[in-house]
Write a protein that binds this ligand. Structure first.
Ligand SMILES: [Fe+2]
Length: 268
């Protein structure tokens, strides 16, 4: 059994696992994409920058297909609905600027998505339809001595999606960003308020493509805030976060489109 399946989390040095000709160039291009991330319009004061995209992955063939973006005032977005899981954004729709076409066509990104998906495991009933992958490019950037950048939510939490993978892209001139894993009972707490013996593990991602995964029901996870390091210039922590969920046929009462209010319904 994999560590992910047994313990609910796993660490990977992905650079050693994904080896193909041209990978370094692809990594360089993906890294460059983080130079041009727009500010997170839902948290501009948190020094957070991001893009997002949605893909489908076929069971068995592992073929990856990007969902189309929504165009709003000439710009490409993906809409996002997190249900009630992130306490900072209870049941709200958000929208994020889309990943660029260049990033979506990057072979390394596709290899990462496929690697991650192959680590996931499912009940047979949930595996009949394509799976949904949400791909977040997130950069925490600190420019001044007393700036801090925080991840959301800023505590031990669960994402509400069965699996989340984090892949470091660049860590440069920062302090902090400690990762911690704990048990579900400590959801909502800060790691320093939890007994050391109940922090399953804590670690720092330092090198490009150092990665970890969580199977959400078994663990809580945390990323600490980021401060500028001692060198001159800005500090940055950039990562790709990928979550997976099944697309399943819902109960008719759970389907908003079965409520009968056709005036609110749209053609897609
Ligand atoms: Fe999370």
């Amino acid at each position: 059994m994999s560590q992910l399946k047994e313990a609910g989390f796993e660490y990977y040095q992905l650079k050693n696992k994904l080896q193909y000709q041209g990978m370094d160039e692809d990594l360089e291009k993906l890294t460059k994409a983080f130079d041009h991330l727009p500010s997170d319009e839902y948290a501009p004061h948190l020094n957070r920058y991001r893009r997002y995209a949605r893909a489908l992955i076929m069971p068995r063939t592992h073929e990856v297909k990007w969902l189309p973006e929504t165009k709003i005032e000439g710009k490409d977005y993906y809409e996002y609905f997190q249900g009630s899981f992130n306490p900072e954004y209870m049941g709200e729709y958000r929208r994020f600027p889309a990943l660029t076409k260049e990033s979506m066509n990057n072979r390394l990104l596709e290899e990462i998505i496929r690697f991650d998906f192959k680590e996931t495991f499912w009940m047979r009933e949930d595996a009949l339809m394509p799976f949904h992958a949400g791909i977040h490019f997130v950069k925490l950037l600190v420019e001044n001595e007393d700036d801090t950048a925080v991840s959301s939510p800023n505590n031990l939490h669960q994402d509400g999606e069965p699996f989340t993978f984090a892949h470091l892209i660049r860590r440069n001139n920062i302090k902090g960003a400690m990762n911690a894993i704990s048990i579900p009972e400590h959801r909502g707490k800060m790691p320093e308020d939890v007994a050391d013996s109940e922090i399953t593990t804590s670690f720092y991602l330092e090198e490009p493509l150092e990665s970890y995964s969580v199977y959400d029901p078994l663990v809580t996870h945390y990323v600490g805030e980021v401060e500028k390091g001692n060198e001159a210039g800005t500090g940055e922590r950039s990562a790709i976060l990928i979550d997976f969920q099944p697309t399943v046929i819902a109960d008719p009462d759970q389907i908003r489109s079965m409520h009968g209010d056709t005036s609110k319904m749209i053609y897609v």
